[in-house]
Design a protein around this ligand. Structure first.
Ligand code: SF4
Ligand code: SF4
Length: 453
């Protein structure tokens, strides 16, 4: 839980505080040397790695990737030789949870990808990807344009016609994957939330609820369900003016861009002047990035110190709800009595389970629902193959990882699947459709909201 006694740093946050490219490279180089030293090559992480699981290749395992980076640093392998194996990594950080030597694999991966980008020729898609990360994602207006495109595609018969004529099969695999992952949209969808909106009793204690970028545009109903649950517990929800977190840029090795986006977040947070109010998050990937924002800056940078203070306020919604579980059970009593029992499974998002270490809290919270029987899911903590935009960039490997997950899901006989990350939601929804499985898929907050009396 966050430490609410943090005092708000008052230093003006300007672009002059951002590290230069040369400083970034020097720090990254030093960090990588330190991170590599922690690995003792024991192999305890291998069985927890989804890409090793589906390929059986040492080069696609955490130990293998770390060894490859080490050989590159010793100039015994080229950047071009090792880059494909680093790019094939999901970044799920399951290996971090399994590691007895506390190897910070997530930092090692991001740092390696950043340095590899400086040492390998840019892919033709790189400028488009950077435009998407730098311009489209942080802009609500651009995201609405994307949503309009998805609406026109899915509701005017274009999607049906393209399928019917077999046009989609002619597209490159990445575009086919993008088409299959298109979020469910409708003309009468709940509108995106806006900064400054408040919900609940205005005298009640405040909870800040950042709504992010893609999730707010394409899955606002999950946000509304989360707000409903928080308000039902006697809190007031305020949507703060915090921009897109920049997690996807960071994972893509775009360090400077993610630092600029982090600076924008810290500036907006400083302007809020609410140093003791919890920042409650329902998207695992965004929350994990917020909690580790300080990792983007050198430890002697003022931005590092401000980011540490910011991160202490951030809390995953399941973590936060666990402290309210008694009140939650009270709220849910009446409705539960009328409901039929449902068999359900919970798929932990990697950025919740491995990156944030929020492992038992979601099921502890969800278990207050007497009408829902939560049955175990085999290898639940393994990735579903979504991993940001991995499923678009590496559709074949992502599909193999997804297939293993779907086998496990199918074996449970459940009718409801709960998952707490928008990317996983779309990936699993695609998989369920591929197999013709009729499980309903919801965010845990939608499950809770359904049973509110
Ligand atoms: S990452 Fe950890 S578990 Fe894996 S080989 Fe290295 S020390 Fe062992
Ligand atoms: S982050 Fe995931 S995919 Fe990558 S090496 Fe670790 S366990 Fe394997």
């Amino acid at each position: 839980m966050p430490n609410n006694t943090t005092s708000l740093p008052c230093q003006p946050l300007t672009e002059t505080l951002l590290p230069t490219e040369a400083e970034n490279q020097a720090v990254a180089q030093h960090q990588l040397e330190m991170l590599l030293k922690a690995c003792i090559q024991c192999g305890m992480c291998l069985s927890s790695c989804p890409t090793y699981g589906v390929t059986g290749s040492e080069a696609e395992s955490p130990r293998g990737r770390i060894h490859l980076v080490d050989l590159w640093q010793q100039e015994r392998l080229t950047a071009e030789a090792i880059a494909p194996h680093l790019n094939n990594c999901l970044g799920c950080r399951s290996c971090e949870t399994a590691c007895p030597s506390n190897v910070q694999y997530g930092d090692l991966l991001n740092t390696s990808r950043y340095l590899l980008k400086q040492n390998t020729p840019a892919h033709w898609f790189a400028p488009i990807k950077r435009w998407l990360l730098a311009t489209v994602l942080p802009s609500p207006a651009w995201l609405q344009v994307a949503r309009l495109g998805a609406l026109l595609y899915t509701t005017t018969g274009i999607a049906w016609l393209a399928n019917r004529l077999g046009v989609l099969k002619l597209l490159p695999p990445s575009l086919q994957a993008m088409e299959q992952l298109c979020p469910p949209v409708a003309w009468d969808d709940t509108p995106a939330l806006e900064a400054g909106q408040r919900f609940g009793n205005l005298d009640a204690p405040i909870v800040l609820f950042p709504v992010g970028c893609v999730m707010n545009t394409f899955m606002a109903d999950i946000h509304y369900a989360t707000i409903e649950v928080i308000v039902a517990l006697g809190f007031q929800v305020l949507i703060p003016a915090l921009p897109c977190c920049g997690a996807l840029a960071h994972h893509a090795g775009e360090l400077s861009l993610s630092q600029q986006q982090a600076l924008a977040t810290l500036q907006a947070w400083q302007a809020l002047n609410t140093p003791t109010t919890p920042i409650v998050m329902n998207s695992a990937g965004c929350a994990a990035h917020y909690k580790e924002l300080a990792h983007l800056f050198p430890s002697d940078s003022p931005l590092h110190a401000v980011a540490v203070a910011f991160s202490k306020q951030v809390v995953d919604v399941h973590e936060w709800l666990l402290s309210q579980v008694k009140a939650l059970a009270e709220q849910l009593k009446v409705k539960n009595a009328e409901e039929q029992r449902v068999k359900a499974i919970y798929q932990p998002a990697c950025h919740l389970y491995h990156a944030q270490g929020v492992q038992t809290e979601p099921l502890a919270v969800l278990s207050v629902l007497p009408a829902v029987e939560w049955v175990p899911l085999a290898d639940a903590s393994l990735c579903c193959g979504s991993a940001g935009i991995y499923n678009i960039e590496h559709p074949a490997l992502s599909q193999q990882v997804l297939d293993a997950k779907l086998d496990a899901i199918e074996a449970t006989g459940a009718t409801l699947l709960a998952v707490a990350n928008p990317g996983c939601y779309l990936q699993l929804r695609k998989g369920l459709q591929q197999r013709g499985l009729t499980l309903e898929i919801l965010h845990p907050m939608q499950v809770l909201a359904r049973y509110l009396g």
